[in-house]
Ligand binder design. Structure first.
Ligand SMILES: C[S@@+](CC[C@H](N)C(=O)[O-])C[C@H]1O[C@@H](n2cnc3c(N)ncnc32)[C@H](O)[C@@H]1O
Length: 510
């Protein structure tokens, strides 16, 4: 504490009542410095904890990818055991069955080969070695809730998402923070998500040649020239086992790859992405003549194809995504694909159900169908990692976007009203919101987790809320479509998705 006698000469010349005032000012400053330090320390510890949670969550996702071969082989063993139980007479009726199992084994290896190369290219944006145990306050927070890491409600073949009762905000927050500086065709932006300044994509598109060899069953880590250290986390001995439901998420990603990056996904893309692209094209006819292209945001961008197509159409396109499962994969395809059809995957091998033939189930799919880096993107194409609500409710985004495109996204909200409010806020006056998708609310039916917020509005109410936030409907229709569906399966879940174009008429923000 500073006493009045310690005052400087100038201060001692001040009137006595002023001295008292200055002294108490100094005391206040001292106290406030103390409070500031305490506050800073608290923030530091909270950040450290969030990073550790993030690292834990990311390690689990990487483990899920790495567990894919083992988990898939377990399925195979189960199928083999069942086959062995058949009587000789019954076996004789399906003599090719053992061969099918052999083929499945090779397909699993091929998928694993793709996955391991994808992981090898991944540069974690955070230090994965950090441990929750190092955080003094780790008991204050709960572990990350994996259901925020992959939205799989629309993947009809996937298990329902797990919930562990963690607060959603915390998970989303840690996801968002950790994704800084990671991945995209140009540059993975988060902090500068509103920075539309042009970037030279050809400089930023990185091609790597670190690959893993695969002979039948086994993956050989090629530690030859590359130092092990950047990818220590790929070392199988350091991997933990994850619940099978996590590996299911990897299988969902493989199906998502077909939707976005395979010729076989064209029908789905034509049903979902084409109407959006046609709408954007007709709404911004003069975009090529303008000095800066119109800015279009794609929240919940998944594996990035729609955001890329919008970029190719002449928009400054930004995808936003908060799932590491998605981001690791989209980054690999966007940044590291060297040519069309570079990779082969077998997306449909994981289910024996509803197959018309074994060949259908075991058919290969070549990916990507195009070379993203040569697709003709517009400068400024970026992917922004993080929770849509957290990133885009920041004031710097207000009135920044000419268009927001949501495809199979708005039902991922805890509070769809908040999504609509943010979309309205970030659009310029006169900006457009194009939406396509159902209302399969992601957090509906989270049994046993009564604290999970989930506002489930009907389409009628969604439109009423949108009108409150200044939107006027310009176009509206229903589009029948599927989501990551095997086109040759005997079971096809179809959506009658709402498709609309709304224009923001006024800057209502309440
Ligand atoms: C059903 S998928 C649709 C993906 C893509 N738009 C498509 O049509 O294929 C929904 C996507 O939104 C992402 N997502 C969910 N909630 C999000 C949020 N709050 N912020 C950012 N992305 C989110 C999920 O990770 C998932 O990739």
């Amino acid at each position: 504490m500073i006493s009045s006698s310690e005052m400087t000469e100038t201060e001692t010349e001040t009137a006595p009542e002023m001295v008292a005032a200055v002294a108490s000012e100094a005391v206040r400053a001292e106290i406030s410095r103390g409070v500031d330090d305490e506050e800073k320390e608290k923030i530091r510890r909270q950040k450290k904890l969030e990073e550790a949670l993030e690292a834990k969550s990311l390690r689990r996702i990487i483990s899920a990818y790495l567990n894919y071969p083992e988990a898939s082989k377990e399925d195979l063993k189960r199928w083999e055991r069942s086959y062995r139980k058949l009587s000789p007479a019954h076996k004789a009726l399906v003599p090719h069955y053992p061969l099918k199992l052999q083929r499945l084994k090779r397909c699993i290896s091929t998928n694993s080969y793709f996955i391991i190369n994808m992981l090898q290219a991944f540069e974690p944006p955070i230090d994965l070695s950090q441990d929750l145990d190092d955080c003094e306050d780790s008991n204050l927070e709960c572990a990350p809730n994996e259901k925020y890491i992959l939205d799989e409600r629309h993947n009809s073949s996937c298990q329902p998402a797990l919930a562990n009762g963690c607060t959603n905000q915390e998970e989303s927050k840690s996801m968002r923070d950790s994704l800084t500086g990671a991945l995209s065709i140009e540059e993975f932006q988060r902090k500068d998500a509103n920075d539309h300044s042009p970037k030279n994509h050809s400089e930023d598109t990185r091609i790597i040649d670190k690959r893993y060899d695969c002979d039948g069953d086994n993956l050989h880590h090629d530690h030859g020239s590359a130092s092990l250290s950047p990818h220590d986390w790929l070392d199988p001995s350091l991997q933990s086992h994850v619940p099978l439901v996590d590996v299911d998420k990897v299988r969902c990603i493989i199906r998502n790859i077909v939707r976005d990056w395979a010729a076989e996904g064209k029908r789905e893309r034509d049903e979902c992405y084409k109407p959006i692209l046609e709408e954007l094209d007709s709404l911004f006819p003069d975009r090529q003549k303008e000095s800066t292209p119109p800015a279009c945001l794609v929240p919940g961008a998944g594996l990035g194809r729609l955001a890329l197509e919008i970029s190719c159409l002449g928009f400054m396109s930004q995808g936003n995504e908060f799932s590491y499962y998605m981001m690791i994969c989209s980054s690999f395809i966007l940044n590291y694909a060297q040519m069309p059809c570079e990779w082969t995957i077998y997306p449909w091998i994981h289910s024996n159900c509803n197959s018309l033939s074994d060949n259908d189930q075991l058919r290969p799919v070549a990916i990507p169908d195009i070379h993203p880096a040569s697709a003709g993107i517009t400068e400024g194409f970026s992917m922004c990692g993080g929770d849509f609500v957290e990133v885009y409710s920041e004031s710097c985004h207000a009135g920044m976007w000419d268009a927001v495109v949501t495809c199979f996204f708005i039902d991922t909200a805890h509070n769809i009203i908040e999504y609509i409010e943010i979309i309205s806020k970030i659009l310029k006056d006169g900006g457009v919101w194009i939406n396509l998708g159902p209302l399969l609310y992601h957090f509906a039916d989270t049994y046993g987790h009564g604290n999970e917020m989930s506002i489930e509005l009907s389409l009628e109410d969604v439109k009423r809320v949108a009108s409150h936030y200044g939107f006027e409907i310009e176009k509206e229709r229903t589009i029948e479509t599927t989501y990551t569906t095997n086109p040759r399966s005997m079971m096809q879940n179809r959506y009658y998705a709402a498709f609309w174009t709304m224009r923001k008429k006024s800057a209502l923000t309440t």
